[in-house]
Ligand binder design. Structure first.
Ligand code: FMN
Ligand code: FE2
Ligand code: FE2
Length: 401
């Protein structure tokens, strides 16, 4: 059964959600699923903006057919050529032989790499700032390179004021009936997913995202239609602010994040003690994670969120404990920067985890160490308490700065 949703008089949502997929990009454990959004404009010419992942292709094709109700599809705009939005292109070409594919040079090249049909004869190539009219609607294409992939562009429709924003402003989480961010408890129920999605998918490209936000600021945007998650029509400025914060590597929340690894429980005990001291000193926003329990992508997202972070790890075969090592290397891969940090190491005979974590963090931009590395030999003893006190004191200053 088709499940199309009317957005404006002549623009419809034709995407669908997947709650089965365990790992998005075969990496991110999306317990709440994901939606693959696609939009169709029924103007003098019919225009489809992006397609979907193969997992929801059946629903999508039914939706497109129902929306067109007998008309042909004239244009497919490919804002982003990643397969989660593009796996249905060849099928559309078979169903709608007159279809023109709108994309930039890079997009068209990528379509040729992914597919074997005759792309050139259908290609409508656009440059940055070019427009395409379908009748009442005029779509202006703004390139947003590396807002996930190099070919990414967004399309602004001046008639409706809709920004078709590709992966930007998207989030993990399947849609459950409500299509708009203002119809759900976004801050309470979606923001963590939105941050997790942004930081892991495009977090590395803060500079490019900032540039795109500047370009977008010049547009009279009334609605943002992303390729994942709900549509924005109210409070758009609030969400754009979140994006500026994340893209600027500015801590979103003042708070103390403690991420630790522990084999036998002694490092866990040391940071539990630290957290208690910090709480006694008045810090309220304290969050602790065992790096072996929580997915590394969630930890990366939390590290981007908070102002003040303690990393604690046992030494493991003269290295950082593997789960902590994975976090540190993921942080580096996501251009993590601009935080107050502290390192706690543990070991029984030759401690080297602290030095290794510190070296890795020193290689990142604008990382301030609150105190020298604290070393715990097997288990925390009374003589170690003053060091934790000092760290907690510095954490208070950092959180209140
Ligand atoms: C596989 C393995 C390798 C380890 N390698 C080292 C090491 O290279 N240097 C060291 O000082 N301790 C090493 N340890 C010991 C732990 O780092 C040490 O016992 C630490 O106190 C454990 O902290 P935890 O109680 O938080 O797990 C190793 C332990 C294991 C299980
Ligand atoms: Fe993407
Ligand atoms: Fe995507």
């Amino acid at each position: 059964m088709q499940n199309i949703r009317r957005i404006t008089e002549d623009i419809f949502y034709v995407g669908a959600s997947d709650r089965r997929l365990a790992l998005f990009e075969n990496v991110y454990p999306i317990d709440r699923g994901v939606s693959y959004n696609s939009y169709i404009v029924l103007d003098d010419k019919t225009v489809l903006l992006d397609t979907v992942d193969h997992s929801v292709s059946r629903e999508f094709l039914e939706n497109v057919e129902a929306a067109l109700s007998g008309r042909a599809l004239d244009y497919l705009v490919v804002n982003h050529m990643e397969p989660d939005h593009c796996s249905v292109i060849a099928e559309l070409v078979l169903r709608y032989p007159g279809l023109k594919i709108v994309g930039n040079q890079k997009t068209i090249q990528m379509i040729k790499q992914f597919y074997s049909f005759d792309v050139d004869s259908r290609a409508h190539i656009v440059k940055d700032g070019d427009s395409l009219s379908s009748g009442k609607h005029t779509f202006t294409f703004v390139f947003a390179p590396m807002v996930h992939w190099p070919e990414v562009m967004v399309a602004f429709d001046s008639a409706s004021g809709i920004l078709f924003s590709a992966d930007a402003f998207g989030t993990f989480g399947a849609l459950s009936g409500n299509l708009y961010a203002d119809e759900v408890e976004f801050e309470k129920e979606w923001l963590d997913d939105a941050r997790w999605y942004y930081i892991n998918i495009v977090g590395k490209y803060g500079v490019q995202v900032t540039n795109t936000l500047k370009k977008a600021a010049a547009l009279p945007i009334k609605m943002i239609c992303p390729l994942h998650g709900p549509i924005w029509r109210e409070n758009i400025g609030w969400f754009i602010d979140k994006y500026s914060t994340w893209a600027g590597y500015v801590p979103e929340d003042k708070g103390l994040l403690i991420v630790y690894s522990s084999i036998y429980g002694n490092t866990a005990n040391a940071v539990d003690k630290l957290a208690a001291i910090a709480a006694d000193k008045g810090i309220r926003n304290i969050h602790m994670y065992d790096a072996s329990k929580t997915d590394v992508s969630v930890l990366v997202s939390e590290c981007f969120r908070y102002s003040t972070i303690v990393f604690a790890s046992p030494t493991y075969n003269a290295e950082i404990f593997p789960k902590m090592e994975a976090l540190i290397s993921e942080l580096k891969a996501h251009a993590f920067q601009n935080r107050d940090v502290a390192v706690i190491e543990n070991g029984t005979w030759a401690l080297s985890a602290g030095k290794k974590i510190t070296e890795a963090l020193e290689g990142m931009k604008n990382i301030r160490f609150l105190v020298p590395t604290i070393s715990v030999k097997s288990s925390l003893k009374d003589e170690g308490l003053p060091l934790l006190e000092e760290l907690a004191e510095k954490a208070v200053e950092s959180v209140n700065a």
